[in-house]
Write a protein that binds this ligand. Structure first.
Ligand code: ARG
Length: 456
């Protein structure tokens, strides 16, 4: 019934499902670089004659110029970037082009090109993270004394400083950066020369190609070389963790910029208006950073599911390794750049933040600590007494600092004869001088330390 039409159908779909050129053309620089290293090695080892190698090298350099100028042609019949380059090389230098593929396979070729690409991507992200971390330090320095409420459960907890809050993110992004460095070290071995899966009988020099491509060593097992994509998963895991941190900062900025909070004002550059509500200034960039984090984690899931349960060595499933990495990298690059711009340009509103820090009995812990330190009451009891003091304030509609020594003595006789402690938000923040605490002097000390040491 439908057989006549079907006869041609599968082959065109086959061609389409098989082709990776629409996305892997991004690897053209890496593929040419690896081929140049490979053919130089083949010549040095007398596997390919020097004059043939010279022709191939000229041809590859010409292709690089063509692609630089005009982009990569996308012919689905040629399947992928590796075949596309080889086909063009054949047009330029003739059958001698066929010698390039001696002692290698597309399996080690694609693993090498992709590793080179991911290694560059890791460097890009480290640069992006560096800029964001610099922006956080600069703003933290400027806001070291700016008091704001610190939250737990999004309920006012204790007063902190904006400088301290920003440096918390600095620490997170620094660990993220170290994840990319560590991943790069693991990635930095060269699979070229592993061939299809078993190695090759040609006397290739794998150390030579590894060195030419700036790898620390050649991979030690030919099957592992062509089968694993853990270097790409390492990238996606580090990217996902970075994206999660970005999404939390984005969420805080969105909350801070909302009218009921009003802790910050977003600059024109990093906000958008509404087509119907003229008064609106929306935090779209921060919302998209928050949203992109979900997509980046989705990319990690995608590649994990691709790799799960694959038998050694190469299976075509693995061609699906590239789109999630490319997508995550684009999204992460944009997110980092946008967040850096937001951090650099956001305006803080200290009065609003100070007033909020003064609400919700935020210095209750300071009162309890004072009862322990000055009145010599065990902390659990001090906690109870302070709870009663908060209740009294709620009944009177006043703050803790408005209570008199007599009020506290009425709650617990042991307070008799003591003056009231300093329960101001300034006093509270200044007292948090423990290492890593929120006191402005601690924040400044940390910044000085960061400015003096060589950071990753
Ligand atoms: N386009 C393929 C990929 O990206 C190249 C490797 C093909 N190898 C093979 N044995 N079919 O994974």
């Amino acid at each position: 019934m439908w057989g006549g039409r079907f006869a041609d159908g599968p082959s065109s779909i086959m061609r389409e499902i098989n082709a990776s050129i629409p996305f892997d053309k991004k690897l053209w620089r890496q593929d040419i670089r690896a081929s140049l290293a490979h053919v130089e090695m083949l010549a040095k080892q007398d596997i390919v004659a020097a004059e043939d190698a010279a022709k191939i090298i000229d041809g590859l350099n010409q292709i690089a110029q063509e692609y630089e100028a005009d982009g990569v042609p996308e012919n689905l019949d040629l399947e992928d970037i590796h075949m596309t380059i080889e086909a063009r090389l054949t047009e330029i230098v003739g059958p001698v082009a066929g010698r390039l593929h001696t002692a290698r396979s597309r399996n080690d070729q694609v693993a090498t090109s992709f590793r080179l690409w991911v290694r560059d991507a890791m460097n890009d992200v480290s640069d992006g993270l560096w800029d964001l971390r610099e922006a956080l330090i600069a703003r933290a320095k400027e806001q070291a004394d700016t008091i704001m409420p610190g939250f737990t459960h999004l309920q006012v907890a204790q007063p902190i400083t904006m400088g301290h809050h920003l440096l918390a993110y600095y620490e997170m992004f620094t660990r993220d950066s170290s994840r990319f460095w560590a991943a790069k070290e693991r990635l930095n071995q060269c699979p070229l020369g592993a061939a299809a899966l078993a190695g090759t009988g040609f006397p290739n020099d794998r150390q030579m190609t590894a060195e030419a491509l700036d790898f620390a060593a050649a991979t030690a097992n030919s099957m592992d070389s062509v089968s694993d994509r853990d270097f790409a998963l390492d990238y996606l895991m580090a990217a996902s963790q970075t994206a999660l941190h970005l999404s939390r900062l984005a969420e805080e900025i969105i909350i801070w910029a909302s009218q009921p909070f009003g802790f910050v004002k977003l600059s024109d550059e990093w906000s958008t208006g509404s087509s119907i509500m003229p008064q609106k200034r929306n935090p779209d960039a921060a919302e998209l950073v928050r949203g992109h984090a979900g997509r980046i984690v989705g990319c990690l899931n995608s590649l994990m599911m691709t790799m799960k349960g694959l038998p050694l060595a190469y299976s075509k499933d693995m061609q699906d390794d590239k789109p999630p990495v490319f997508e995550a990298h684009d999204l992460l690059g944009l997110s980092l750049a946008a967040m850096t711009g937001i951090v650099q340009s956001v305006t803080f509103v200290p009065e609003t933040m100070r007033a909020a820090a003064d609400s919700g009995f935020s210095t209750a812990t300071d009162l309890a600590d004072w009862l322990v330190r000055d009145v010599n009451i065990p902390f659990r009891e001090a906690h109870h007494i302070t709870g009663a003091a908060v209740k009294l304030c709620e009944e009177r509609g006043c703050g803790l600092a408005d209570l008199s020594p007599a009020d506290l003595t009425a709650i617990d006789g042991r307070v008799a004869g003591h003056d009231m402690p300093d329960l101001s938000v300034e006093g509270s923040v200044a007292s948090r001088t423990s290492y890593g605490g929120t006191a402005p002097e601690q924040v400044r000390e940390r910044i000085a330390e960061l400015e003096q040491t060589n950071r990753l």
